[in-house]
Design a protein around this ligand. Sequence first.
Ligand code: SF4
Ligand code: SF4
Length: 94
Amino acid sequence: MTAENKEEQKDCEIKSQAKPEPRKRKYPVVNREECAGCSVCVENCPMNCLAIEPPKFHGDIHTIAILLRAEQCTGCGICAKNCPIRAIEMKEKS
Ligand code: SF4
Ligand code: SF4
């Protein structure tokens, strides 16, 4: 084995020992202006994380979806995929 090959092998060993970067979890962010409060996302969340706020419709108050239980959210994106008007964007938590 040449000196160059030994260096390459060493590099590979170091790389293989390196821990993979943890994947950053994404969370749903509801566009408050666009959300129609239809509840489709709430009904489709398998973890029961979302809720409509305020819970009841009062006159012309704009109801929207909120992430009520963020600690339970798995970042699966089902809510965003099912929103009929694409008012949910999956974003990394800052
Ligand atoms: S990303 Fe998945 S778990 Fe999180 S609120 Fe949306 S549907 Fe629920
Ligand atoms: S599905 Fe979309 S429009 Fe309906 S409540 Fe959820 S975020 Fe709002």
